[in-house]
Design a protein around this ligand. Sequence first.
Ligand code: NAD
Ligand code: DAU
Length: 377
Amino acid sequence: MKRNILITGGAGFIGSHVVRLFVSKYPEYNIVNLDKLTYAGNLANLKDIENSPNYTFIKADIADFGLMRRIMTDKKIDGIIHLAAESHVDRSIKDPFTFARTNVMGTLALLQAAREYWESLPEGYNGKLFYHISTDEVYGALDITHPDGTQAPFTTKASAGDHMAFGTEFFVETTSYSPHSPYSASKASGDHFVRAYHDTYGMPSIVTNCSNNYGPYQFPEKLIPLFINNILHRKPLPVYGRGENVRDWLYVEDHARAIDLIFHKGTIAETYNIGGFNEWKNIDLIKILIKTVDRLTGYNEGHSDNLITYITDRPGHDMRYAIDSRKLQHELGWEPSLQFEEGIERTVKWYLDNQDWMDNVTSGEYEHYYDNMYRGR
Ligand code: NAD
Ligand code: DAU
């Protein structure tokens, strides 16, 4: 079936994987990638598909309501996958306004533009979908100690079923929102607007909340690519606090596969959690990362351990995230395809093979940001 799909934020990390998947898997769809190209947006992420006949790029700001209205009509958009966002917690602590502008007002502008266009059509909302990509951070933070005294991480190296023993110790789709950072507060607000547009105007929408992604093309302000780059350049590895915070890691292509499945088979007005059943304490993950980089660059184990530098904790640093994605597994049959060790190996190899990409994005504006943030700590 022919469709015109708008993917926002398609020049970013996750968005570029989603655009690549849709452009190559669905030649019958027109894929419109709309991105403002902030510091995090990079068209080099899409070099391999940029000349595909079913692909168009538009440089635009989602908060520009007039432009969003025009694009909806001109491109006859019938499906939206909304990933565009300011995405880095540390930046949100320094500059919350930009996060509110894009993640709240931008999402609202897109919703309203979609509403006006779809309501103007004879078939109305029939066959339309506004799919909003959100994060597990909106749920707040989980404890690292289970009531029975067991310490997180609970699912590291465990089989996917073992987590069930811990029941409510994971984020489920009905967990109340409790955001702690300006980033997660802005994402939570965007999520509420999407649900409000469904409840108030009947806008067909789906929201998914995913855990930490990793893999190729991630901007090196996020833990994994930042640390790979710093190891290669013999720079300190800034571990916040004591490195005991826990995150649940998912390989980015598994997230893109989940988005494809949910876009096509998900139930309108539902929320789906997406996660890796793969919790790691930061410091344990960092040690695996160091070992992998050292091995793949021909150094002995332990060569880069001395780069670990404990620094002042991130304000409001959430202790633990862990997603229960059994709903998605049971209803749509999705589960992560990669073991973490394999995902990390693949990721490190990609950054080693693509050092030009890394050098390009770490020059200029980003360097200043990095220096301001960490110098003097
Ligand atoms: P990213 O920062 O790598 O990319 C964001 C993209 O959005 C960039 O290309 C940027 O240019 C674009 N953008 C920013 N502001 C814009 C605006 N006003 N108008 C148009 N485009 C704009 O982010 P990411 O890590 O790929 O995350 C993508 C989405 O997934 C976000 O909504 C994020 O909240 C969500 N998410 C991310 C993770 C993760 O681990 N990275 C996990 C769960 C959910
Ligand atoms: O959980 C999903 C979220 O994951 C997404 O919504 C966000 O967009 C994404 O940025 C990510 O948020 P985190 O804050 O968890 O990711 P980050 O890579 O910034 O940090 C991961 C952990 O590592 C976190 O506990 C903070 C810590 N950290 C991070 C950096 C950048 C460090 O100790 N040192 C660092 O230099």
